[in-house]
Ligand binder design. Structure first.
Ligand code: WTA
Length: 635
């Protein structure tokens, strides 16, 4: 019998030891007993981090949607799979049962086929958090098409970049979206993006806000009539365990976003197993993750992980502040949510509004609370624990990444004693290592270093779409034979991990990864700008905010700096999206550079954070004088 459900700390240690002593045997048991395979694997694992190449369950055949939908129809066909909670609390929630989900996914899959989509084709999904988003993701998986969901807050040019990078044949969108009191013209954004994407043959449009939109003859199709006509059953495409399931873009510290490619078999096994244990999901629980399906958290822990376990998963279309700051808690009360998973930035924003928004809601259904996306500060942790969990619901601070596919370091609720700001212990099968700058592993406790993973796990990304070399360079070249996460971490006296933050040029703003280089590229396109450097600085609500240092081509008082700031942020909004806007923009005549011409961001970070007591030795810089100028002008 495999250890599918871990219930106490000793069991955790025992299963953990087994999983690292003999990973193949361990994962084979989990895979065999809890999933539906059309054919078993020839080999559990082969790997070589120098190439890098990792294969799990090689030779196995499956379709992930049979695991997420079909097999549940016999045992829980009338159970709710998805609860859709609309943006507006006056609109009725929808309860979609497993049987209905099967029907909807099959019809959608047949529409995709009819529009010429087949196995291996890329389909870009640009939808708000409405049921069609989850359904279209599953419909792609049903026929073996590779979905690439782009968060519907990205701009048209960010969307175009992603559509082109994976050469998508189709885009799925809606006439628009609701966000709090606003509506957003998604279809207009898609139209702009597609001016520049020749490979897209068709666009499917879901109706959500009933706005007047432009439909391009021959290319654009309303979804509803097609779904109505489509046949309600669709034989699943039988996939190889290693066939790509999806691409999801994440920001790199430089250049283009990276299209992380996830597999079918390993991804399914790991997301399902982590979901079960990290949230201690039981049959009649109502699980809610507030993330957007446009991010990895939504892929793994709104769609695939929960559905593979036959769970009821809530999808919320709106925002925490609409119609008021009690909205999350009203939803918890309304649907009797048992597991609630959100981001530190949301907790901080809600804590700031005061407990009165919490107090008039019954939160007694909650059993487990989770956080993800960035380090959670102690104050926010306690606010969450005291006011939401009432000190009875353990908080799982889950550390992981788009690249890792599933949760990597986390407490197991009711088993691992929690500790504020600590993600605590590696999940089953995960072998972390802390490395020093010389590339040596730091053993023992009470140490800190760069966080790496020493051994493959089933849901790790297999490559970067179209650029395997970049995959190798980014993740497998910094430390020999190890996956490098880009994060720093410390390990305390009992072996608990605390993530200290990124050690590369990625800044996490409100839980969103933002590479600084693409933002600098956007700014530098402004005709008045000659050079720029972006760094993160601490922010009460967002965790980090962005600070830009900008050198103008012509200095002097002739230019209105406030207007320039607006124009720069406008440019960033157009090129990347509003999430990447700068909080502060300082104009300067120089940027501190090393003798080889590299910008010393470390110094800029310290100045932006008002931490100038020990800037270190600046005398070796190419232009030490500019440091004083920047310090004098700090905002
Ligand atoms: C950060 C999100 C501290 C980290 C699932 C990581 C965290 C990046 C935590 C990945 C956490 C995520 N504590 N930091 N619990 N969770 N991070 O790809 O820097 O959007 O590398 O995946 O978020 O962000 P991504």
């Amino acid at each position: 019998m495999s250890n599918y459900h871990i219930k106490h700390l000793e069991e955790y240690y025992q299963v953990y030891r087994k999983s690292v002593r003999n990973p193949e045997v361990f994962w084979e048991e989990i895979a065999e007993e809890h999933f539906m395979w059309r054919k078993k694997w020839d080999n559990v694992l082969s790997w070589d981090f120098t190439k890098p190449e990792v294969k799990w369950f090689e030779g196995a055949k499956l379709n992930i949607t049979e695991n997420c939908i079909d097999r549940h129809i016999y045992t829980r066909g009338d159970k709710t799979a998805i609860i859709f909670e609309p943006n507006n609390p006056d609109e009725d929630a929808q309860h979609i049962t497993y049987r209905q989900l099967h029907d909807k996914v099959c019809r959608f899959a047949n529409v995709l086929k009819e529009k010429g989509i087949g196995k291996g084709d890329r389909v870009c999904i640009y939808l708000p958090m409405i049921p069609e988003l989850a359904i279209s993701v599953l419909a792609c998986a049903r026929i073996g098409a590779i979905h690439s969901v782009v968060f519907a807050g990205f701009s048209s040019s960010a969307l175009a970049t992603r559509v082109k990078d994976c050469d998508a044949k189709m885009v799925i969108t809606s006439d628009g979206s609701y966000r709090g009191s606003k509506t957003i013209d998604l279809k207009g954004i898609v139209d702009d993006a597609l001016n520049d994407c020749e490979g897209v043959e068709s666009v499917l449009v879901a109706k959500r806000i009933h706005s007047e939109i432009n439909m391009k003859e021959g290319r654009d199709h309303w979804l509803e009539p097609l779904l109505e006509e489509a046949y309600h059953d669709c034989v699943p495409e039988i996939m190889d365990a290693e066939d790509p399931l999806f691409i999801l873009y994440t920001s790199g510290s430089t250049g283009q976003p990276k299209g992380m490619v996830h597999s079918s078999g390993g991804y399914m096994v790991y997301t399902a197993y982590t979901f079960k244990n990290v949230f201690q999901y039981r049959e009649n629980d109502i699980y809610w993750c507030t993330a957007d399906i446009g991010w990895i958290t939504g892929h793994s822990y709104i769609v695939y992980g929960p559905l593979a376990n036959g769970a009821t998963t809530v999808m919320f279309e709106g925002v925490p502040s609409y119609p008021d700051y009690g909205r999350f808690w009203q939803i918890v009360e309304k649907h009797k949510v048992t597991q609630f998973y959100t981001a530190p930035t949301a907790i901080r924003a809600l804590a700031k509004e005061g407990v009165e928004h919490v107090e008039n809601h019954d939160l007694s259904s909650l059993k487990v609370l989770g956080t993800v996306g960035e380090p959670i500060n102690e104050e926010a942790w306690h606010w969450y624990d005291d006011n939401i969990g009432k000190r009875k619901a353990p908080i799982v601070d889950t550390w992981w990444q788009t690249e890792t596919g599933g949760i990597m370091i986390t407490p197991i609720p009711f088993a691992t004693p929690t500790k504020p700001t600590y993600a605590t212990l590696p999940f089953i099968g995960i072998q972390p290592a802390l490395m020093d700058e010389q590339g040596q592993e730091i053993k023992g406790n009470q140490v800190d270093g760069r966080l790496c993973i020493k051994f493959p796990w089933p849901s790790m990304a297999r490559t970067i779409w179209g650029n395997h070399q970049r995959y190798k360079d980014t993740y497998f070249s910094a430390f020999e034979n190890k996956y490098f996460t880009g994060d720093g971490a410390l390990r305390d006296e009992v072996g608990y991990y605390r993530i200290t933050g990124r050690v590369d040029d990625v800044v996490i703003v409100s839980g969103h990864n933002l590479g600084t280089a693409p933002i600098e590229d956007a700014i530098n396109e402004h005709p008045a700008v000659s050079e720029s450097a972006i760094v993160g600085f601490p922010h009460d609500i967002k965790g980090n905010a962005l600070y830009g240092y900008v050198i103008l081509k012509e200095t002097g008082e002739s230019r209105n700096h406030d207007n320039l700031r607006k124009e720069i942020n406008q440019l960033i909004t157009e090129q990347i999206g509003p999430i990447a806007k700068l909080d502060k923009i300082q104009f300067t005549s120089g940027l501190p550079k090393t003798r080889s011409g590299k910008i010393m961001r470390r110094i800029l970070r310290k100045i932006a954070s008002n931490d100038t007591a020990n800037l270190g030795d600046t005398s070796t810089l190419l232009n030490p004088d500019c440091v004083k100028e920047i310090m004098d002008g700090v905002l």
